[in-house]
Design a protein. Structure first.
Length: 398
């Protein structure tokens, strides 16, 4: 059996989240991903949001499964020569420098496609490789603000808020992985490479497509809804229980009926404020208060059992300890177990892939690489002698 990208080699100049997570998706499907890093420091995510002194922070671990690491000082001409030599052996290059940086290094698409005419070259940036905003630096929070995401996230009382995670980075990673996969398929069919341009801002529009399109078609400007459903129905919201919170999404009439009956509010079904979706919308405060008061009387576990049995869409608002212990993830292989960076005899879990397959499914074939772990191995593959590698190390080229 063969995984989708067995035999494909990708030279990965990316760092932080969007680029590394994109190339990790391909590595888990068989691609040989060679990560190019700066000697001494490497991917800045190696120490991000962590006090880990081994350059293997949790963020790095979960974005670099299955890769090999080579350290190259790209300020040195000989390092550029090594990079070009690696590209000649590859099918794709992925980079997420600011637009223009790779060109100044002599590693832009035009230069590398001369060295490898069928090369797939993916550039990931904040605003794209061209246009008035192309030169601007970008990061997840800034794109959340500039794309309108924050304008529709938060409560009216609190004002706009950003999310507690990095949705733009991670969605850009998946968008880029799809674009690279499509370009590789096109390469297989046509024999030709191409330059793929993936922008974080464009991805932010894609993940907000329903809201953005509603504005452009109907002129509807979304507002801050807090935890309410975009439908504004008062029976679809986050509610406090006696010991926690749950999200209820009762939108269809049978769901609303089941919700009210389960909450011992069946008598409300005959009241004018409750009889239809339109009346509930017009009397949202009254309906929401009745539901809130009822749910606050019992525990989350009680309502999860009762409402689920009644066919009401409901979910507990869970913390990460509860989420990580969910057996559903183990069943589906969402988490990969890898050797702990500080003690290889121990195992740690990281988020790996977001899909399963009946054969040749995504898999972490090797743990994330230590900085420069495979430099000597890959230089030897290119024909460099041990003596030459030692010299390059002494001069800080690798």
């Amino acid at each position: 059996m063969a995984r989708a990208f067995d035999g494909i080699r990708i030279i990965d100049f990316t760092q932080v989240l969007a680029g590394p997570f994109a190339t990790q998706q391909l590595a888990q499907l068989g691609a040989d991903v060679i990560k190019i890093e700066q000697p001494g420091s490497g991917d800045q995510t190696r120490g991000l949001m962590s006090d880990d002194q081994h350059g293997m922070s949790p963020s790095f671990l979960t974005c670099n499964l299955g890769k090999r690491s080579v350290t190259l000082n790209l300020k040195e001409p000989e390092a550029i020569e090594i990079a070009v030599a690696l590209v000649r052996t590859a099918h794709a290059v992925v980079e997420n420098f600011k637009p223009g940086v790779m060109e100044r290094l002599g590693l832009g698409y035009a230069a590398l496609s001369e060295a490898n005419p069928s090369l797939v070259y993916c550039s990931i940036s904040g605003y794209g490789q061209s246009g008035p905003k192309a030169p601007l630096a970008a990061y997840d929070g800034a794109i959340q603000a500039a794309s309108g995401m924050m304008a529709i996230t938060g409560h009216p009382a609190s004002g706009p808020t950003r999310t507690g995670y990095m949705p733009v980075d991670m969605a850009t990673a998946l968008n880029a992985a799809f674009a690279i996969a499509a370009a590789l398929y096109r390469r297989q069919v046509t024999g030709s490479g191409q330059h793929v341009d993936v922008a974080m801002m464009d991805t932010a529009m894609v993940v907000q497509a329903p809201q953005v399109t509603a504005y452009m078609v109907n002129g509807v400007v979304p507002e801050l809804l807090g935890n309410r459903s975009p439908t504004r129905q008062p029976t679809a919201n986050v509610f406090a229980t006696a010991d926690g919170h749950i999200q209820v999404v009762a939108l269809k009439e049978p769901q609303v009926k089941a919700l009210l009956e389960t909450l011992a509010l069946a008598d409300c079904l005959t009241k004018p404020a409750f009889v239809s979706a339109q009346s509930r919308l017009a009397n949202g405060a009254e309906v929401g208060l009745a539901v809130s008061d009822a749910l606050a009387r019992e525990t989350t576990a009680h309502w999860m059992e009762k409402l689920t049995k009644a066919g009401v869409p409901v979910a507990e608002i869970r913390t990460f300890p509860a989420v990580a212990a969910d057996e559903q993830f183990r069943h589906r292989g969402v988490f990969a177990e890898i050797p702990a960076p500080r003690n290889p005899d121990e195992r740690v879990r990281v988020v790996a892939a977001g899909h399963v397959a009946d054969v040749d499914a995504p898999a972490a074939m090797r743990p994330p690489p230590h900085l420069g772990e495979h430099t000597d191995m890959l230089l030897r593959e290119l024909g460099y002698t041990i003596e030459k590698i030692t010299e390059l190390r002494a001069r800080g080229v690798v």
